[in-house]
Ligand binder design. Structure first.
Ligand code: NDP
Length: 454
């Protein structure tokens, strides 16, 4: 049996030791999940709804504990971590309304009646990255369970603690043990079994585009369903007619939240040329005002990066030659710290402009007009999110329609609401999570014709 140390990224202390699930144990868990399906599917819709509400209540009662675990395991600020635990509760609550509304249709046909049923898929495998361990897990397991599927969940090796706790809370709430199982372990072992084991009928994957491609190829071998939420390199477009104070005050939080380890981070600021000087003047105090430090402190706005390896990766984008325009602060000493950093790149083809840094680093480029703003925003293999700052509503809508991204916000850096759809285009992913339509991603439509003549 292999055991992994779980490290606090703010202190580098070991906070827990977690047993890794083997390939054989993963297959056994998948088999148990499969065996549990008929009873879970047969449960009266109101009873399944009640169990999901109880699960939400158990999470609600445990918010402070879950948040504390996330602060220690992931270095998330306590404010963010509480929001993240609350998000799991809210997503469970939202989808608890679904079991009683999973109805099909009656379609007119000659010679009989035709009715459709929304049937669960079977066992669903959810693979979660380390950057938002709680919400991303919930966006997969809550609608999957509501639709009558059984779930096997693999947290990231670096951040398993809150997922394990959510598994305990599900059991305490009365969700049958085999219907929701949390399997900590390696992606190449546990995650790979979700792809290869034919009893798993859908894989919900959030992570890097590179691994997403492998998952999609693996699922293709069995024509297995897949939802992919992958990387992002999102544009924050600021027009000269915008409220520049507001745009500049918001920009650091649109990219440095969660230390920039956010697929929706607005990591490319595009400013209309005439407003560049003024915008940079306003941005400087906003960046230097970001409070970086002990994630357990209520005042902290940005914590550390997740690991030494990730710190090295982020640091590789900023060397002594990099044209850094603004640099915030970061603690010295133990922990994987990197300061908020603003770069005015030399070329639009620089690696720092084109690649997802996944850290507290943002570039600022200028554009001449609407057409160039859209062209620059779309000059990326990714298409997840973005913001548009302007006082001109017509322009906001034109640009929003022109930018190739799944989630855009006008005069805001808001990205995710559990009651609206979320997902990317191009190499940012495939399929949508959250919102009222997510249930369709966890059911198959069955069509039944009943002859009524002779
Ligand atoms: P990875 O793709 O490396 O890992 C994501 C998850 O996949 C982890 O649980 C990992 O396991 C697992 N995994 C790794 N290899 C395999 C495999 N061969 N088969 C099955 N599972 C596997 O991404 P990161 O963890 O580094 O996360 C960062 C990336 O995720 C960024 O690119 C970011 O943009 C993206 N992301 C996208 C989001 C979105 O909604 N679009 C949201 C959040 C992140 P383990 O690490 O334990 O080995």
């Amino acid at each position: 049996m292999s055991v992994t140390d779980v490290i606090n990224p703010a202190t580098e202390d070991v906070v827990a030791r977690v047993e890794q699930t083997s390939a054989e144990e993963t297959d056994a868990a998948i088999a148990r999940a499969h065996a549990a399906l008929p009873a879970w599917k047969a449960l009266a819709p109101a009873d399944r709804a009640r169990l999901l509400r109880r699960f939400a209540e158990a999470v609600d009662a445990d918010v402070d504990h879950l948040a504390d675990l996330e602060v220690r395991n992931s270095g998330h600020t306590i404010g963010n971590a509480r929001w993240e635990a609350g998000n799991v509760r809210d997503v469970l609550q939202y989808y608890s309304a679904a079991p009683e509304r999973l109805f099909g249709r009656q379609i007119p046909v000659p010679g009989g009646v035709d009715i459709t049923f929304a049937e669960p898929l079977g066992v669903v495998g959810v693979i979660v990255p380390w950057n938002f361990p709680m919400p991303i897990a919930g966006w997969g397991f809550a609608p999957a369970l509501a639709a009558g599927n059984a779930v096997v969940l693999k947290p990231a090796e670096l951040t398993p603690l809150t997922a394990l706790r959510l598994g305990e809370l599900a059991r305490e709430a009365g969700i049958p043990e085999d219907v929701f199982q949390v399997l900590p372990g390696r992606g190449s072992v546990v995650g790979q079994r979700f792809v290869d084991n034919p009893l798993v009928r859908k894989v919900v994957f959030t992570g890097s585009t590179e691994v997403g491609r492998q998952i999609m190829a693996g699922c293709a071998a069995q024509v297995k369903r897949v939802t992919l939420e992958l990387g992002g390199k999102n544009a924050n477009i600021v027009f000269a007619d915008a409220d520049l104070e507001k745009a500049a005050a918001s920009a650091p939080y649109g990219v440095f939240d969660n230390a920039g380890q956010d697929c929706c981070a607005r990591s490319r600021i595009l400013v209309e040329r005439g407003a560049f000087e003024k915008f940079m003047e306003l941005l400087e105090p906003a960046v230097q005002g970001v409070v970086v430090g002990d994630p357990a402190s209520e005042k902290t706005e940005m914590g550390p990066l997740i690991s030494a390896a990730h710190l090295a990766s982020v640091a590789s984008y900023v060397d002594t030659e990099t044209p850094v325009a603004i640099r915030g602060s970061a603690p010295e000493g133990p922990g994987f710290w990197f300061p908020p950093t603003v770069v005015v790149p030399r070329e639009a083809t620089d690696r720092i402009v084109t690649e997802e840094v996944f850290g507290p680093v943002v570039t600022v480029q200028t554009f001449a007009d609407e057409a160039e703003a859209i062209r620059l925003a779309n000059d990326s293999e990714y298409g997840l999110s973005g913001s548009i700052w302007t006082e001109n509503l017509g322009r906001a809508m034109r640009v929003a329609r022109g930018v190739e991204a799944g989630n855009l916000s006008v005069n805001s850096h808001s990205s995710v609401r559990y009651w609206t759809p979320f997902g990317g285009v191009k190499q940012s992913g495939l399929g949508r999570e959250l919102g009222p339509d997510a249930l369709a991603a966890f059911t198959e439509t069955k069509n039944v014709f009943i002859a009524t003549e002779g």
